[in-house]
Design a binder for this molecule. Structure first.
Ligand code: FE2
Length: 385
């Protein structure tokens, strides 16, 4: 059932084609602009199991905004809220609601990263800036990507403090158990009609990425709606950004619903990796995270064949996976287990994916139909299908 065979695929191609003018070490952090960072931080701690890590605000003599940094294994998220009506952060929240503003990437040389990308056409968000405290210095620079979203380049090789200069360590008496989230697997952007190829070209030309998977609207559709997607990756495969655009269908594409409510292009979902999805999803469910509805029985009946076709054996118990609503997809290299949350704010915009890879390097193409039918059921309830 997997569409993987039909698409251009192969990491070998990435290593051959990716340009090395922009070496990236990994995701550094993700910063959200939110209406109430204190309360959002409580949600990410309680529900997702993130740990208190660093803080900046009035107590650290920052009068403009407050930022809470949370950590779980390699994942760092920053929740930022303005402290007065004049801050430009307000404009972002008024327009988009709570959402991802910054995807920060860890680099060895933030000055070079900025020069290489802006000389290739990127619009600058922040020229290389040195920040210092008693623990050393960090250099950050940044460029705009789709919508009002930003990539910051973070050079921290000369820094030994907590997070960034200007932040203090955040010690809390409330420390809920982690849920097994390990690292960012990929982050997906939704862009406007006919804009996918423009942004594919941006990642190719400006950041040296390559397109290693493509899905057209004939592969990603249901009876009612459709979308197109291309997966961009950097040379070492540590950063993967799929880009979606809506496609015409009988009813409204989920991408169009996002664009309507986010009022423009932005981050659609953050996929986080776990090495034990059954435990992770059990914990998340017990802490109130809501997931899309479980696929129907026929879906789970088809799973053994999907695995057999590729000669893989499922280590997990299929009834347990079904009980938790976890989906399974397979390709030549292995299989993957994945599940999607409902949007985590009131506007139907950003959501999370939990993914466990057992060899497979795809994105669950074989699950797209079941997934999108589930999303359509939610759109129907919202009156946006
Ligand atoms: Fe995904």
């Amino acid at each position: 059932m997997s569409n993987i065979e039909n698409v251009e695929y192969g990491l070998e191609k990435i290593f051959k084609d990716a340009k090395d003018f922009l070496p990236l070490l990994g995701t550094d952090y993700i910063e959200f602009y939110v209406g109430n960072a204190k309360q959002a931080a409580h949600f990410y701690k309680s529900a997702f199991g993130f740990q208190s890590y660093a803080y900046k605000g009035l107590e650290t003599d920052n009068r403009e905004y407050a930022s809470y940094v949370l950590k779980q294994d390699k994942i760092k998220i920053v929740l930022t809220t303005p402290l007065n009506s004049k801050s430009q952060i307000n404009d972002h929240i008024v327009k988009h609601g709570d959402g991802v503003k910054i995807i920060a990437i860890w680099v060895d040389d933030a000055t070079k990263a900025w020069k290489e990308t802006t000389s290739r056409g990127a619009k600058s968000f922040m020229s290389p800036t040195i920040e210092k405290d008693e623990h050393g210095e960090v250099i950050r620079s940044g460029i705009y990507t789709y919508g009002e979203t930003v990539h910051l380049f973070v050079e921290r090789k000369n820094y030994k403090g907590t997070f960034l200069p200007g932040y203090q360590k955040w010690e809390s008496e409330y420390n809920p158990e982690p849920t097994g989230l390990k690292f960012i697997d990929h982050m997906v952007g939704n862009v406007g009609w006919n804009e996918m190829n423009k942004w594919v070209k941006f990642y190719e030309d400006v950041m040296g990425f390559v397109n290693f998977l493509s899905f057209d609207d004939k592969q990603i559709n249901t009876e009612y709606s459709a979308l197109m997607s291309k997966v961009m990756s950097n040379g070492n495969g540590r950063i993967k950004f799929p880009i979606n655009e809506p496609a015409e269908g009988k009813k409204k594409s989920q991408i169009e619903e996002y664009l309507d409510f986010y009022e423009g292009a932005g981050v659609q979902h953050i996929a986080v990796a776990t090495d034990d999805i059954i435990t992770t999803v059990s914990k998340l469910r017990s802490r109130g995270i809501e997931f899309l509805s479980t696929p129907p029985d026929e879906y789970y009946k088809a799973v053994p064949l999907r695995l057999e076709t590729h000669n893989h054996k499922l280590k997990e118990d299929i009834d347990t996976l079904k009980g938790l609503g976890i989906m399974i997809d397979a390709d030549e290299e292995g299989y993957l287990l994945q599940i999607f949350t409902k949007p985590v704010e009131d506007r139907p915009t950003l959501f999370f994916e939990i993914i466990q890879r057992v060899g497979a390097r795809g994105f669950g193409a074989g699950n797209f139909k079941a997934l999108f039918e589930s999303i359509e059921r939610e759109q129907e309830k919202r009156g946006t299908l």
